[in-house]
Design a binder for this molecule. Structure first.
Ligand code: PMV
Length: 365
């Protein structure tokens, strides 16, 4: 499937007004995407757990206008008009305009809110952009009633990807693959697909507690980080390793080999940060407390025969992953021994979720 499939070729049955509300999740990668080429094509395939509690809810109200040369929209975040997010969203609209020509024919009022604190260091681009993508594809489905829902889901992931790569993985769940990979049938660099195999019961309802180590603005954005993978001395090996890790993880997820799951997931997290340490210019996003937490997790694991492990995204926060049957003990451990390493002792308890949800009769204001 190439990108042409997502152009609008049918005639549009315009409507005067419409409003859609979508709740879309954040996700946490197990095999990481780090490095891309234009237009937002990943250098390797990645796989993530879709989250359940960390999400964005967005309403877009569409009102038909005379066709305009620029996209007309207002952005409200948590009830207040927000000019800070506008440039990023305007850029997103520019990138998707050829695939969504109808955005020039509607005035859009966007109201959005996150379930997690905005300054928590949890990336809101994945959930935020996937929510906008779902609202747009809902409109498209009204304008072209013949579209089938499978295509609409793929197109939403395709559009979200053009905003932020990892956002492509925030449409479905519980495990999602983005990037062409020989062993994942239907996988594509253009959009994400659900992991196609049955997963072992140990990975069902997997838990993710996000330890908020640092709530500040990241010193180096992921855009810059991806950029630094061009001419990176280890880039080619890294891309190959990630694809091999996805092959291994695919088997592990099916056979329930949790020891190898832990090994692979932690190695992926540290390798992501190793790419940052060895970029030029080099940078460090982990904080001293990130390392303290990692040491504590390793100690707890060996002393308690636990299957707890960690992963990291492009920041200092730590995602603590564990099977549901360890929930009680691990939550106690986190409260007693890890919370003190978090900013204001804050952490978010989450678990694996199933993707975007349309909220009927609800509007974010
Ligand atoms: O989607 P971006 O451009 O913000 O990149 C995200 C990269 C990581 O979160 C570090 C890894 C991943 O696969 O989500």
């Amino acid at each position: 499937m190439d990108a042409h499939q997502f152009l609008v070729n049918s005639s549009l049955q315009f409507i005067e007004k419409a409003s859609f509300t979508w709740q879309t999740p954040s996700n946490i990668a197990l095999v990481k995407y780090w490095g891309k080429s234009e237009p937002q094509i990943p250098k390797n395939a990645s796989i993530s757990f879709t989250l359940n509690n960390c999400h964005t809810i967005t309403t877009i109200e569409f009102e038909k206008i005379e066709k305009s040369d620029s996209v007309q929209f207002d952005m409200y975040f948590e009830g207040k008009k927000n000019e800070d997010f506008k440039p990023k969203i305007a850029k997103f609209f520019q990138r998707i305009a050829e695939y969504c020509p109808y955005i020039f024919e509607y005035k859009m009022i966007i109201h959005s809110q996150n379930s997690f604190p905005h300054s928590s260091g949890i990336a809101s681009s994945a959930s935020g952009l996937s929510a906008i993508a779902m609202c747009l594809t809902s409109l498209e489905q009204q304008l072209i009633p013949a579209l089938n829902s499978d295509f609409v889901t793929k197109k939403a992931s395709f559009l979200a990807r053009l905003g932020s790569g990892s956002a492509s993985r925030s449409i479905e769940g519980p495990l999602v693959v983005w990037g062409n990979h020989p062993e994942i049938e239907g996988s594509s660099d253009l959009f994400a697909v659900p992991f196609p195999h049955t997963i072992h019961s140990i990975f069902e309802n997997y838990q993710d507690v996000i330890l908020l180590v640092d709530k500040g603005e990241k010193q180096v954005s992921s855009t810059v980080g991806h950029e630094l993978m061009h001419n990176h001395p280890f880039a080619e090996n890294r891309f190959q390793q990630a694809n091999e890790n996805l092959t291994k993880l695919s088997k592990i997820l099916q056979n329930g080999d949790i020891k190898n799951f832990i090994n692979l997931v932690e190695s992926e997290a540290l390798t992501l940060h190793a790419m940052m340490l060895t970029s030029n210019p080099y940078f460090i996003l982990m904080k001293p407390n990130t390392l303290e937490i990692i040491q504590k997790i390793w100690k707890y694991r060996s002393e308690n025969q636990s299957n707890i492990c960690f992963t990291l995204d492009a920041g200092a926060n730590v995602h603590v992953l564990f099977p549901e049957n360890e929930k009680q003990n691990v939550l106690q451990f986190i409260e007693n021994e890890l919370a003190s390493f978090c900013h204001k002792n804050e952490y978010i308890c989450d678990s694996v979720g199933f993707g975007a949800k349309k909220l009927e009769n609800i509007k974010v204001r």
